[in-house]
Design a protein around this ligand. Structure first.
Ligand code: URA
Length: 443
């Protein structure tokens, strides 16, 4: 089989056979197809799309490109969670310890930043000493001992996705339904979980920006999971603005610790509780999401969730002291307050531009090999619907240099539109999708 022929076929919008898809995926996993041909194929898929049959075949081929983890040594129902990626979206660092504190094992394999979105692994690595590389044996032992582990995909798990994910990040091929659905679901099916909760973002900072596109993506992933015999609940949540107020790796770890310590309320906490409550339902720990939420709130209020995070950081070689003193997290050289400079209501945010501003400051990668600066990013306390006056703090920049801060300030100002008229804050949850159908919460 010849890669040029396959790229040509997809370029012309033709359907690839199972054999052809498996050839391309094997080439990605075994590195027998060069990056430039993989990149061309990714762009052809991005531009021409895939049929539902091709997407399912691609997912299963990616799952089968490596080992499928066997988590049967961990007692209980293992529920995984995955987000399609957002800005200031650090729910995993909150709900993984909280769900574990409720007695449900969380064996989670997470990803790195992709495009304008942050990645849990990059955030965790901003904690001194912490490693996200563990063997499957270590991973299982940690979950058996303390109930929670968040690590990178082991080298043998969906290796095709590892190659394609890194290439998509730097070839403008992130926003493709078949590529997202196959990337997410191949990893989730290979990671050995019994059930899966998906957080599908929608809005200006999401990979899929329209509600209909996000629901379509959610449905595709639920269908793939159902076909593979795993219960999947997909929740479409808003990404019209950063979820938390903090954007950047160490800053988002701080935001998560502040939520677990009971110091921060708001959207990040609410969405974490929403996703966590559905994890507890799928794990048979709660009969309803409402009951699940109650259990999570108890774990939060008693400090059990924060204690689980401490245990997890310690088990992964990190210093848990940051849970009690967030000033121990990496700190940027330049910290600058930016005033709103206008009077009005925050009406609209270009959240992708905000994510790209953080990426340009050094919080994300532009090239595959870029090293990150964990300390940089920004804190944006203003939410859509808030009224500001000229003296209100618009954001706090955490930058490597005054020049970087200047560029970020300009980008952030350009990304936020103010209005003279009051503006309604957008909903946090738009729809919940299961194999039984779509439940919408908005018109
Ligand atoms: N998360 C993933 O794992 N893959 C994608 O393609 C997008 C989000």
């Amino acid at each position: 089989m010849n890669m040029v022929e396959l790229i040509t076929k997809k370029k012309l919008g033709q359907e690839l056979t199972e054999e052809e898809i498996r050839f391309f995926v094997r080439g990605a996993a075994e590195k027998t197809v060069p990056d430039y041909q993989l990149a061309a194929m990714l762009m052809a898929i991005r531009l021409q799309g895939m049929t539902a049959r091709e997407t399912t075949t691609l997912t299963l081929a990616m799952r089968d490109s490596g080992d499928v983890a066997d988590l049967s040594a961990i007692p209980g129902v293992k529920v995984d969670k995955h987000s399609t990626g957002g800005v200031g979206d650090t729910t995993t660092l909150i709900l993984a310890p909280l769900v574990a504190a409720c007695g449900v094992p969380v064996a989670k394999m997470s990803g790195r930043g992709l495009g304008h979105t942050g990645g849990t692994l990059d955030k965790l690595e901003s904690i001194a000493g912490l490693t996200v590389e563990e063997s499957e044996e270590q991973f299982i032992r940690q979950v058996r001992e303390i109930g929670v582990a968040v690590i990178g995909q082991t080298g043998t798990l969906a290796p095709a996705d590892k190659t394609l994910y890194a290439l998509r990040d730097v070839t403008a091929t992130v926003d493709s339904l078949p590529l997202i659905a196959s990337s997410v679901m191949s990893k989730k099916l290979a990671s050995g979980a019994d059930a899966i909760v998906l957080d599908v973002k929608t809005g200006s900072g999401a990979i899929m920006q329209t509600l209909e596109g996000s629901i379509e993506l959610a449905q595709a992933m639920v269908d793939i999971g159902t076909l593979a015999g795993k219960p999947v609940t997909a929740i479409v949540t808003g990404m019209e603005q950063p979820l938390g107020t903090h954007v950047g790796n160490a800053l988002e770890v701080k935001d998560a610790i502040d939520v677990l310590a009971g110091r921060t309320e708001g959207a990040l906490k609410e969405v974490s509780l929403l996703l966590g409550s559905h994890m507890l339902v799928l794990a048979d720990r709660a009969d309803t999401p409402e009951q699940g939420r109650k259990l999570l709130e108890e774990a939060l209020n008693s400090g059990a969730g924060l204690e689980k995070l401490r245990q997890m950081i310690r088990a992964q070689g990190g210093d848990p002291a940051c849970c009690d003193d967030v000033s121990l997290l990496p700190r940027a050289a330049v910290i600058r307050e930016v005033k709103a400079g206008v009077t009005g209501y925050a009406a609209e945010m270009d959240t992708m531009a905000l994510g790209l501003a953080a990426q340009a400051m050094g919080a994300g990668r532009v090239r595959k090999t870029d090293a990150l600066d964990y300390s940089v990013g920004f804190v944006l306390p203003v939410r859509i619907g808030d009224r500001v006056t000229s003296d209100t703090t618009l954001c706090m920049l955490h930058a490597r240099s005054e020049e970087d801060a200047d560029r970020a300030e300009a980008a952030i100002r350009a990304a936020i539109r103010f209005s003279d008229e009051p503006v309604q804050s957008p909903p946090l949850c738009y729809a919940i999708i299961t194999k039984d159908g779509v439940k919408r919460f908005t018109e």
